[in-house]
Write a protein that binds this ligand. Structure first.
Ligand SMILES: NC(=O)c1ccc[n+]([C@@H]2O[C@H](COP(=O)([O-])OP(=O)(O)OC[C@H]3O[C@@H](n4cnc5c(N)ncnc54)[C@H](O)[C@@H]3O)[C@@H](O)[C@H]2O)c1
Length: 359
């Protein structure tokens, strides 16, 4: 019997995602978490103690210099994703970066080039792709069940969900954008994944921060916060993404809204459609497929028993398998670059007040 060498991980950032997602995710995937780091050393030490990690560093440079670390996760404020990922790849580590992958397509390109040059695996935690419903829809799209898809509408409406109000999340210099980068990137990545990353022709985006500025709609996520802190990011992002094949992706995300919370993914095709709506159909059977029946439209509740798993733990398990050569890299950095480009076009379009045509 051949013994697989144990992979050893270092977790960079001991905030919410580091503690709740990355450390448990690596441990569940059979990876030894040997070190953590956080500029808040007390936080790093307390998380290390709680989750049985032997070493806690105050800087990522110290963690990257540790030869015992083979793979790292980057769970830091958004502006640090690219520089820390590039440093980690340069130090010979495989990297799972948090979303958003990067705050510019230029930085995303550098991350990809560094990974290639260093021969290391690079991915991003777009865990919504691993949900059973996402995989079931993607399989149906690939099988041609819906025909040609002319509209994909994705929405994540949070009624009161502004995270870490007054923290890095609401500071444009540190976060890059608000709801657009926090939840917009999830829904955009999901739409593009379901459609197979089609080519984009043009983007019209709209951003608003009307509620956040009034301190309306504060949510529970985020450990560092202060009501008096800076708020200069969007709380609402809306975009129409026209595809080169004539299809349209429509994105609506909000951190705060005068309306009901909702998470929904709907595809309309020439021969069928799909609707994932836990709010409408319940968490047990959140998915519906639509198909032709005797000239009418029939609703089907798909069997999801073959589509178990989901969340950051599934995303990390899949990333580790790819490093070990036991499976494909599901979330490719080139796809993250495409998504970064679209997010950039949404921001440009919102700032200029007109559609941006793809270069
Ligand atoms: N994939 C997901 O669903 C998901 C969910 C939550 C957060 N995230 C992403 O994870 C990242 C972190 O989010 P969070 O909610 O954990 O934030 P957080 O504020 O809870 O944690 C960030 C941590 O980084 C530390 N930090 C800041 N600068 C540092 C530096 N230079 N070196 C080391 N540590 C430093 C802070 O002290 C803090 O503990 C964000 O990019 C966010 O978008 C992703």
């Amino acid at each position: 019997m051949s013994m697989r060498p144990t992979l050893r991980a270092g977790v960079i950032g001991c905030g919410e995602i580091g503690r709740r997602g990355h450390i448990p995710g690596f441990q569940a995937a059979g990876v030894d978490v040997v070190a953590v780091c956080d500029t808040n050393l007390e936080r790093a030490q307390s998380v290390a103690k709680e989750l049985h990690v032997p070493k806690a560093y105050a800087t990522y440079q110290e963690l990257l210099a540790d030869p015992a670390v083979d793979v790292v996760s980057v769970g830091l404020p958004n502006y640090l994703h690219a520089p820390v990922t590039i440093a980690a790849l340069g130090a010979g580590k495989h990297v799972l970066c948090e979303k958003p992958f990067a705050t510019s397509s230029e930085a995303a390109t550098q991350m990809i080039e560094t990974a290639r040059r260093c021969g290391k695996t690079l991915s991003v935690n777009q865990h919504m792709r691993f949900e059973g419903t996402s995989r079931a829809i993607r399989d149906a799209v690939t099988d041609g069940r819906f025909g040609s898809i002319y509209l994909a509408e994705v929405r994540m409406i949070r009624s009161a969900g502004i995270p870490g109000y007054g923290s890095w999340f609401t500071n444009k210099d540190l976060a890059g954008a608000g709801a657009l980068y926090d939840i917009g990137v999830h829904m955009l990545d999901l739409a593009m994944f379901l459609l197979g990353f089609p080519q984009v022709a043009a983007v019209r985006g709209h951003l608003s921060r009307a509620l956040g500025e009034q301190k309306i709609g504060l949510g529970g996520w985020g450990i560092d916060r202060g009501i008096a802190g800076r708020y200069d990011v969007d709380d609402t992002a809306i975009a129409n993404i026209a595809l080169a094949d004539g299809g349209l992706v429509r994105l609506i995300v909000t951190w705060a809204a005068f309306g009901p919370g909702e998470e929904r993914v709907t595809l309309f095709g020439t021969h069928g459609g799909a609707d994932r709506s836990p709010d409408r159909y319940g968490r047990e059977t959140p998915l519906r497929f639509y198909q032709e029946h005797k000239g009418g439209i029939e609703t089907v509740i798909p069997d999801l028993s073959h589509y178990q798993g989901g969340g950051t733990s599934s995303s990390i398990a899949s990333f580790i398998k790819a490093i070990r050569g036991e499976g494909p890299l599901v979330v490719k950095p080139e796809e993250a670059l495409m998504t970064t480009r679209i997010l950039e076009m949404i921001q440009q379009s919102a700032a200029r007040g007109h559609e941006i045509v793809a270069a």
